[in-house]
Write a protein that binds this ligand. Sequence first.
Ligand code: CMC
Length: 434
Amino acid sequence: MSEKTANLAVNGKTMNLAVLDGTMGPSVIDVTPLYKESGHFTYDPGFTSTASCQSKITFIDGDKGVLLYRGYPIEELAEQGDFIETCYLLLNGELPNRAQKQEFSSIIKMHTMLHEQFSRFFHGFHRNSHPMSIMVASLGAMSAFYHDSLDITDDRQRDIASFRLISKIPTMAAMAYKYHIGEPFIYPDNNLGYVENFLKMCFAVPCEEYKVNPVFAHALDTIFTLHADHEQNASTSTVRLAGSSGANPFACIAAGVACLWGPAHGGANEACLKMLEQIGTKDHIPEYIARAKDHNDPFRLMGFGHRVYKNYDPRARIMQNICKSVLAELGVHHDPLFEVAMELEQIALTDEYFIEKKLYPNVDFYSGIVLKALGFPTSMFTVLFALARSVGWIAQWKEMIEDPQQKIGRPRQLYTGHTKRSYVLMDKRSRAIS
Ligand code: CMC
């Protein structure tokens, strides 16, 4: 029992609720006994004040703009580490030493191929299918192809499922892309690093030699690191909730991918680039700023605002620098989209509406410009986010399954519908049911 308590008076009865401290961040009031002792639920639509679990993986201080993976600042991981190390760190809790990194890297390389029959699965889709819809389906299909690693109570099988996910998702994402554009699938090349192999599977064609540009590979590796995990966001919570029923891990990841696709979440990178293209030139910015501030207009500045960050998203700052390095490598000195984005950011950061509501650029604000410069079409942007986030999802899923206190997630509700009433026979029903 915690020493600190919070008193809650309900209908004249005072309850002492335990206050639990984490290592950082706000403490939580443990409301688990509330229903039993008072007959009341808590009400928190959108979970703005609810901690849904305990976790040791990622920490965010939204007011200060801090993001830590297992205690390490995102800036240091992005500058000094790489994505493979980040995967190891998220899964195991510590950075790997040289031998551990080599071993982990070889394991990830060993699993890059997809079952050959998987390629036929892609052919069932219409060529116009959005690659995210193919991703949702093919992640779900992994449970059909790799059912020898689905006993979630077995530590070894959980590890194998994690390795398979991290290894195969780039192959799957590249296949979704190749299918979408009507080019032949390119098999993985295990002589290459994780990101280099992915770029080759996306951009090589069988009739020509393909050389990976190291600046592009480094940029994409950093983008993957920035997106690897982000605490209990909507898609991660979806993965945890799906997993809490004991569902197989690949099906849970498919649920996470579906959730990520929405424009309020990972789909914002695609929506943001479309918005920048729509704005087109700097002189149109005031019109869009005015629309974003107008409550009668559903338009929002995509890539702006965050549920947790009430300060500059640290990932956006790094993304802005990646943007500059990729454009410089391409010899682009004046990219109209980048210029619109920088100007938009400046105007928004000095505008009273955005200051008052603490709306800052988020990770998606600059990512679309970089991904476009790397050669990806907008329809692939959220797929790349899903690829990188899959490690965070599986690390969070493992943490949940390994938690002895884990239970099926089952929120309750405030019911506001009809009270009990009797069935009405057809000829007695006076109005049409809308
Ligand atoms: N443009 C204009 N106004 C905004 C924006 C925006 N992008 N975001 C929030 N607001 C306003 C909103 O209208 C509301 O105003 P009021 O209090 O007067 O009603 C206030 O700010 C608070 O907004 P909210 O919707 O209650 O905040 P939320 O925490 O529920 O939403 C958000 C967070 C990210 C969904 C939202 O800021 C948004 O829609 N942003 C644009 C989409 C986007 O960039 N999403 C990517 C998020 S980062 C990557 C990821 O996590 O996937």
